[in-house]
Design a protein around this ligand. Structure first.
Ligand code: UDP
Length: 246
């Protein structure tokens, strides 16, 4: 059975840090936006799906940018990982306010605010109906939270990664520069590599490809899209081993 027939039981939702910020605002986290996202996750969770979340930190900090400005890269990356913890706590708080049971597990131990990452415990919590938010990335510098999503999806046996973005899928060219650009409904890992289509960074992408984990790329700003992605409605782009379909 193909993994893209959407008989999903467990998914990893990747939220970028930027998704939590209101564009043009000074605030790194918008409580209103986080609340809206929590409502979307609540609806998706009510379908019975096991949902783990990996949250980024780019609304606060990106290690590579700080390093380009002279900071030691590993230290800059640890700052980035700590930023993801702030976002994870904001997401947890909003989910709990919506009545969705949720725990945060951090790859960098900070027992006062989050549980440590323990794979088997996370799996049990998901089975028991809690949303598990993975914070602090992989716990190692030189990686991204996209790679964290690929890693956690692999080790948690997730059926897919839902990559929530600000665009509605993967195009064959940059739609902002080329009005003729076509959006793929389905695109293979192979085409993404050959055509250099940017879906995730290469480490994350390779991990998904090697472990046969489809990635569904969709627009987070459209109401109901997380649920639609889970139940198999035709939104965004599925990146998988299957062949291309524009
Ligand atoms: N980061 C890291 N290791 C990880 C995950 C993240 O060092 O396993 C750091 C890295 O500096 C990165 C920052 O955390 O720039 C924020 O993560 P990311 O850029 O992936 O966030 P997003 O773009 O998804 O908001």
């Amino acid at each position: 059975m193909s993994k893209t027939d959407r008989s999903f039981k467990r998914v990893v939702l990747k939220l970028s840090g930027e998704a939590l910020r209101e564009s043009g605002s000074q605030d790194n986290i918008s409580p209103e936006i986080v609340e809206r996202i929590a409502c979307e996750i609540k609806a998706a969770h009510s379908t019975g799906m096991e949902i783990a979340i990996v949250v980024g930190g780019g609304n606060f900090w990106r290690g590579a940018s700080a390093s380009a400005r002279g900071m030691d890269r590993a230290t800059a990356d640890y700052v980035g990982m700590l930023a993801t913890v702030m976002n994870a706590l904001a997401v947890q708080s909003a989910l709990e306010a919506e009545g969705v049971p949720c725990i945060v597990q951090s790859a960098i131990e900070m027992k006062n605010v989050a549980e440590p990452f323990i794979r088997r415990k996370a799996s049990r919590q998901l089975k028991e109906g809690r949303v598990v938010v993975f914070a602090a990335g992989t716990g190692s510098p030189f990686f991204s939270t996209d790679t964290t999503a690929a890693l956690r999806a692999s080790e948690m046996g997730a059926d897919a990664i839902l990559k929530a973005t600000m665009v509605d899928g993967v195009y064959d060219a940059d739609p902002k520069k080329n009005p003729e650009a076509k959006r793929f409904n389905k695109v293979s890992f192979q085409t993404c590599i050959v055509e250099q289509l940017k879906v995730m960074d290469s480490t994350a992408f390779t991990l998904c490809m090697d472990n046969d984990i489809p990635i569904i790329v969709f627009d987070l700003n459209v109401h109901g899209n997380i649920t639609k992605a889970i139940v198999g409605q035709d939104i965004g782009t599925i990146v998988s081993k299957d062949s291309d379909e524009v």
